[in-house]
Every structure is written in structure tokens, then in C-alpha cells.
Write a protein that binds this ligand. Structure first.
Ligand code: AQP
Length: 336
């Protein structure tokens, strides 16, 4: 039961930034898990294009990526009849609530966000205010819909925790306004690492193409990238902190095949990394093939994608307005 909305199903909100071709990190850490939730939860999944411009984007690429990300949601199996799928900039309440929440978020809290530190280091020539306040916009995304759960990879957990702090602060000043959300993380796939630097998360904006596997990479490319993946000098397929490269490949293989780490170690006993990497590549390519073919079909039908986004934005706007108007009333904004 969602306390704020009084609906029997718990509500879920999540999103992906259309900042380029999505990786298997985005797929395994986010989208694939979302499809498993659509029957049991009231789900809203957003293409968070307003977050994307915290890092400079080419406008044509951003538009293209926005359509592609929406098409990938659908291709991965999200049913627009069961989920509200929409584009963030189509619902103006996100930016409006973010402004209010900015005034209830402390500078010190935002300074502690590790993603801000990482992204500032990566974009030293463009450390803009949006990059700094990005977690507040994310808090607005979540709180607008009174979400109970936010499925995210581990990299976003800190932002969900900040969202909770902001919501608790606001509620304690003005009485109950927001549902306090919880991060919802899958058992495996919460942090898929770079194939080239396995101590670093796999990111779609990584400049080294061999570090990432894209959802839309063809089979040969996938197999080649896994073959080039950084491992270590021994040959034992075993999960452990001392083997970040092999452990990352085992996590990926486990996500695609459902096998446990013990089973994987047993299957590859006495075999070298070559065989293991090939198996990971094949499992990944085989799992992604149906997603890729549905994606190609969907991208031919822009009118359908636009209709999905438009319907989604209407539903989302209705829900978001209810929360925003409550917030405006509580802080003392005059409304007619
Ligand atoms: N490597 C990952 N492993 C597991 N989950 C991941 N996610 C991202 N990378 C991994 C999850 O995907 C969702 C959407 O992420 P996002 O695009 O909104 O932002 P991000 O976390 O900044 O993703 P990227 O790929 O690293 O994007 P760029 O390169 O643009 O910064 C989130 O649920 C995230 O946890």
C-alpha cells in the first residue's frame, strides 16, 4: 500500500539519462530489473533528459538518445499499458519542485556526493551549478510521485539517501508531505565495472570504447570487447576482491545466465580465461539479441514512440501536479 496515494500497489520511480548508448551496466543495474517489477508495482520510468545537460551534450545527439532510451525501455520489455513511460522535460513539475527542494538542501550535503566529485573531475572545464544540484532534481523526480521504492545501481544509492533526508526535513517542518522512498537494489548487477579498469564503474560516457559493452553492440563487438577485458595473471575463474576483473565478468555472466558464482567456478575449472571470456560474450550477446531486434523495429515507428511518451507525460503530469500543489500550499505560495 502506498501511504500517500492510498493505492494498493507500492509505487516505483526510476530513470536513465539519455547521455549516449546505454551499457550493460544500465541494463543489468536498472532496466532489466524494472521489467520484473511491472506486474506487482505501480511503476513510472522516466528518460531523465534534464539530468543529461549537466554535462555538455550535442543537441542532435541528445534528441536521438532520448528516443533511443525510450525505445530501449520498450524493447527490454516494459509494457506502456502497465508502466508510465515518459520524458522528464515533458513534465514541468520536476524543475518546479527541484527549485523548492534546493531551498531545503544544504550546501554541505551536496558537497559530499561522490558522483559530483567524480563528474567534476571528469569535466573540470564545466563544473556547473546543475552538476552540483543534480541530486536535488533527482529528489524532485522521486518525491513528486510519492515513490516507495527507487530501483538503482549502487552508484545512485547515495542520491536516494539524500532524497530521504530532504523528504524527512520537509515533512518535519510542514507535516507529512512526501513518502520516504527506499533504494531498491538487485542482488547481482548493482555495479558492473569497466572492462578495462575493473575498479571503476562501467559508464556510458567512458571515452574508452573497450571499457563498455553497449546494449546495441553486435555479437562480434561484444565477443571482442570481452576478449580484451582486463583480468589478472593467473587462470582461475574465482570470485574475490583480489580478482576485480574476473569477478566483474563472473557477475555479468551470472546476471545473464542465472548461475551462481560457485557453479561458474565449477564449470570453468581447469579451463583458461579465454574459454570463460568467450562464454561471457556469447551469453551476453544471446541475451541482448531479442532486445536489439525489438529496438530496431521500434525505432522505425517514431509516431508510436511519441504516442507512448505523450500518454506517459499526461499521467505523470497529473500525479506530479497533485504533489506540487500540496508543496506550494505548505510553503506559502499563493495559488488561485
Ligand atoms: N555500471 C553500472 N552498474 C550497475 N548499474 C548502473 N547504472 C549505471 N551504470 C551502472 C544504473 O543505471 C541507471 C541509470 O543511470 P544514469 O544513466 O541515469 O546515470 P549514471 O549512473 O551516471 O550512468 P552512466 O552510465 O555512468 O552515465 P554517464 O556516463 O552519463 O554518467 C541508474 O539506476 C544507475 O544506478
Amino acid at each position: 500500500m502506498n501511504q500517500a496515494t492510498n493505492t494498493p500497489k507500492k509505487r516505483i520511480f526510476s530513470g536513465v539519462q539519455p547521455t549516449g548508448n546505454l551499457t550493460i551496466g544500465n541494463y543489468l543495474g536498472a532496466i532489466k530489473n524494472w521489467t520484473a517489477l511491472q506486474e506487482d508495482y505501480d511503476c513510472l520510468y522516466c528518460v531523465v533528459n534534464q539530468h543529461a545537460i549537466t554535462v555538455r551534450q550535442d543537441p542532435a545527439n541528445l534528441r536521438k538518445s532520448t528516443y533511443e532510451t525510450l525505445a530501449l525501455y520498450l524493447a527490454a520489455g516494459l509494457d506502456p499499458e502497465k508502466n508510465t513511460l515518459f520524458i522528464q522535460s515533458h513534465v514541468s513539475a520536476h524543475a518546479e519542485l527541484a527549485w523548492v527542494l534546493n531551498c531545503y538542501t544544504m550546501f554541505g550535503e551536496l558537497s559530499r556526493m561522490t558522483q559530483f566529485k567524480d563528474k567534476s573531475a571528469k569535466n573540470a572545464d564545466n563544473i556547473n551549478a546543475g552538476l552540483f544540484t543534480y541530486p536535488v532534481l533527482m529528489a524532485a523526480d522521486i518525491l513528486l510521485y510519492q515513490a516507495d521504492l527507487v530501483p538503482v545501481g549502487i552508484d545512485q544509492k547515495q542520491h536516494v539517501e539524500l532524497t530521504r533526508d530532504i523528504a524527512v526535513r520537509f515533512n518535519s517542518i510542514y507535516s507529512d508531505t512526501f513518502t520516504i522512498p527506499e533504494p531498491y537494489m538487485p542482488k547481482t548487477g548493482t555495479k558492473i565495472m569497466s572492462l578495462q579498469e575493473p575498479t571503476k564503474k562501467m559508464s556510458k560516457s567512458d571515452a574508452n570504447e573497450n571499457a563498455t559493452v553497449r546494449i546495441l553492440d553486435d555479437k562480434d563487438t561484444i565477443i571482442r570487447k570481452f576478449n580484451l577485458a582486463f583480468t589478472d595473471s593467473d587462470t582461475v575463474v574465482r570470485y574475490g576482491e583480489d580478482k576485480p576483473g574476473v569477478s566483474n565478468l563472473m557477475s555479468i555472466y551470472s546476471c545473464f545466465t542465472g548461475k551462481s558464482f560457485e557453479e561458474i567456478t565449477k564449470d570453468f575449472e581447469g579451463k583458461g580465461y579465454g574459454d570463460f571470456k568467450l562464454a561471457v560474450g556469447e551469453a551476453c550477446a544471446d541475451a541482448l539479441a531479442p532486445v536489439q531486434s525489438r529496438f530496431k523495429e521500434l525505432m522505425k515507428d517514431k509516431a508510436y514512440l511519441e504516442a507512448v511518451a505523450k500518454n506517459g507525460a499526461e499521467t505523470a503530469s497529473y500525479l506530479a501536479r497533485k504533489t506540487l500543489s500540496k508543496v506550494y500550499r505548505k510553503v506559502g505560495f499563493v495559488q488561485f
